[in-house]
Ligand binder design. Structure first.
Ligand code: HSE
Length: 307
């Protein structure tokens, strides 16, 4: 096998109560990547369409992630990477993670899978380090593993896959303003009040329990964030109004997708999700802010091989 074409999915990190430790994988939106072996013994990004992004290996998240993987193997084989970006940079649905995860997944396949999907996470995290200054795993892990991922610890890195619920739908609204993860991380306070920490870890534990017991209602009630959301939501136009609208129309929960500006409404079933989508559309259309809406199931398998 000399060439592979992939779908590299978008992801929603944090899921309110799990800042930097929880994320899930979407199937309705993602990038396409073509990775092929070359005979030059060099790693190259040959083409990027859909976004203005650097082709230089050391300045591109796919490049640094791929380079980290090849360095660990001391591998001389060269590769060409082509990326068709559908996920907008700075959207909050794991644009950098999709490119980083896609690059390491594709190269690993073409090399005969020296690493498991779980082992690829640490290489893709190098892309996140480049993008935001912080090697968080809550987007790259679900992009590579699919479903829901929990980062049990960073040092040592330990990622746990969690079960999903069949009727879950994720509706993502992306107001087309750019909010860099680096910037939205800089507004977060470094110390947390014990009272808020207690509420946060109670919700995170309840969310994990809800996934195992298939309890949609508990899942929704666990999507609370007393620590990050109050600070970051100020940067998102009409956050409070959208939240009230989502909950009034039957969404299980609502929160910031990753570092924003995208927001998500988690819903049970297509009927509720379509209703919330229509309400969001109507509310946002006269606000003079362009927006994208993505309605997606949870993607159980992560990156898909297209050919
Ligand atoms: N956990 C990261 C953050 C996710 O919130 O900064 C970025 O998508």
């Amino acid at each position: 096998m000399d060439k592979i074409k992939l779908f590299a999915p978008a992801t929603v990190a944090n899921l309110s109560c799990g800042f930097d430790v929880l994320g899930c994988c979407l199937d309705g939106v993602g990038d396409e990547m073509i990775i092929s072996k070359n005979s030059e013994q060099t790693l190259r990004i040959t083409k990027i369409t859909g976004q203005e992004l650097p082709l230089s290996i050391d300045e591109n998240v796919a490049g640094v992630s791929a380079k980290a993987l090849l360095a660990e193997l001391d591998e001389k084989q060269g590769f060409d990477i082509e990326i068709k970006k559908n996920i907008k940079a700075g959207s909050g649905i794991g644009s950098s993670a999709a490119s980083a995860a896609g690059a390491v997944f594709g190269i690993n396949k073409l090399l005969g899978e020296p690493f498991s999907a779980n082992e690829l996470i640490k290489f893709a995290m190098e892309g996140e380090r480049l993008a935001s200054g912080n090697a968080h795993a809550d987007n790259v892990a679900p992009a590579l593993l699919g479903g829901f991922s929990l980062v049990k610890s960073y040092e040592p890195l330990e990622i746990i896959s969690l079960p999903s619920l069949p009727e879950l739908r994720m509706l993502v609204l992306h107001p087309l303003i750019e909010l860099k993860t680096r910037d939205s991380r800089s507004v977060i306070r470094q110390n947390v009040e014990l009272k808020k920490a207690i509420s946060q870890w109670g919700n995170l534990a309840a969310l994990v329990s809800a996934l195992y017991t298939q309890d949609y209602e508990l899942l929704g009630r666990s999507l609370k964030d007393e620590i990050i959301e109050p600070v970051r939501s100020i940067l998102i136009p009409y956050f409070d109004e959208l939240k009230a609208l989502a909950l009034a129309n039957g969404a299980l929960g609502f929160g910031i997708s990753g570092s924003g500006p995208s927001v998500f409404a988690m819903c049970k079933g297509d009927t509720v999700a379509e209703k919330v989508k229509a309400e969001f559309q109507e509310f946002y259309q006269d606000k003079n802010i362009d927006f994208d809406l993505h309605l997606s199931k949870i993607n159980p398998g992560g990156i898909k091989i297209l050919s």
